[in-house]
Write a protein that binds this ligand. Structure first.
Ligand code: GLA
Length: 392
């Protein structure tokens, strides 16, 4: 048993007076390419990272849920019993908003018609919050594993991902796609995955030999709710409608040009749609680079992706542009881009193994000269998807 599990066990005992019975974990993710494509039924290329949410729990015989987070002072308590169709109350205090991800998961399980027993749980996480590495999805997917485990149920990883997404869409109120939850639930150790967000088919492929994935957190935080995420999604939906397709996955550059000529799309809408159409093509091409071991070509696609996210989709920011530009200028870097929703958070760079240590320290030094923010650099391997872990 590792030190983290030990610490969490002790916190559980302290909060609830007994030992936990089981443990589950769910990882964060980094998306190598395929950004703002998931809700357009397109393609993404994520992998899970070596940072996760870990939960230890014990089922209860009543319908009370008690949650102790190692990162928060207060114990959160709510009830999952039948309540004449009423939803579980959302947290009124900003400091307790993290608990809404947990409540949302219980809520969607109730909506599935399940009569839930309660649970005591203690949790800890090391996915940095609001950084584009899917701390929310990790919390949702781990929570669903714990709630299902405490109720003696097993669902497929894909079903868990869909329920986690529904919790975020309908309870937390962010209209996210399936990328984060499906990555956390289904990732394969040592592999990235081509994700087809229309069919939810996942095709794993290993990273080319000799290359490291380096994540750099700009220290600039964004909240998806406050950000323009939902607005971008509506713009894409409006674009698809104007083009007469169900999703931008089915759009082409030629179709976009025709719609522009016919006055069906304005210049701003065309830019948004162009990013999505090009990004889908880049993502499928990037997968081919993985299978053929062509790191250079993959790096170039990552650079192009960043440029479009900055200039056409307009979800980058000064900090992300600076971090990725510095990365590209350093020896051994094949490509660099923002990852996740944007507006702050992290970049992902592809770096030759032998250059990675110097790359990490030079990137940090150069970035700190430009921005006085709590930045961090992580070199990560591709971790396994969510599931139970041994408690003892
Ligand atoms: C966030 C969302 C995902 C996806 C990315 C952008 O991470 O949760 O569904 O849309 O942004 O690619």
């Amino acid at each position: 048993m590792d030190q983290r599990t030990n610490e969490l066990r002790a916190a559980f005992k302290h909060a609830f007076g007994s030992d936990p019975q089981a443990a589950v974990r769910a990882p964060g993710r980094v998306n190598l390419i395929g950004e703002h494509t998931d809700y357009n039924d397109g393609f993404c290329l994520p992998m899970a990272i070596e940072r996760d949410v870990l939960i230890v729990y014990r089922p209860r015989s009543d319908t009370t849920v008690r949650v102790q987070s190692l990162q928060q002072k207060n114990l959160e308590i709510f009830d999952v019993g039948p309540s004449e169709g009423k939803r579980i109350h959302k947290s009124s205090q900003v400091s307790a908003r993290w608990a809404d991800y947990i409540k949302g998961c219980a809520q969607v399980l109730r909506e599935e018609g399940l009569k839930l027993h309660g649970i005591d749980m203690a949790l800890t996480g090391d996915v940095p919050l609001g950084s584009g590495l899917s701390s929310s999805a990790a919390l949702e997917v781990a929570t669903l594993h714990a709630l299902l485990g405490a109720n003696g149920l097993t669902f497929s990883a894909e079903k868990i991902a869909k329920l986690a997404q529904r919790a975020e869409n309908t309870y937390v109120g962010i209209n996210c796609g399936i990328l984060d939850q499906l990555s956390s639930a289904c990732a394969v150790q040592g592999q990235a995955m081509l994700m087809d967000c229309r069919t939810l088919a996942l095709t794993p492929a290993p990273l080319p030999k000799g290359l490291s994935v380096v994540i750099a957190d700009t220290g600039k935080r964004r909240g998806l709710v406050e950000s323009q995420y939902n607005e971008r999604r509506s713009q894409c939906e409006a674009g698809a409608k104007a083009l007469g397709v169900s999703h931008l996955r089915d759009a082409t550059m030629h179709g976009l040009w025709q719609a522009r000529q016919a006055g069906k799309l304005d210049a701003a809408a065309v830019k948004r749609c162009e990013h999505v159409v090009a990004e889908n093509g880049r993502t499928v091409a990037a997968f081919a680079c993985l299978t053929s071991g062509n790191g250079e070509a993959l790096g170039q696609l990552m650079d192009q992706s960043h440029a479009d996210l900055r200039d056409k989709f307009e979800v980058s920011c000064r900090e992300l542009d600076d971090m990725s530009a510095i990365a590209r200028s350093l020896p051994g870097c094949l490509g660099s881009r923002m990852t996740g929703a944007g507006f702050g958070g992290c970049t992902v760079s592809l770096v030759r193994d032998e250059s990675a240590p110097a790359f990490a320290s030079e990137l940090a030094t150069a970035y700190k000269r430009l921005h006085d923010l709590p930045m961090a650099v992580y070199v990560t391997r591709a971790a396994a998807g969510a599931g139970p872990v041994p408690l003892a």
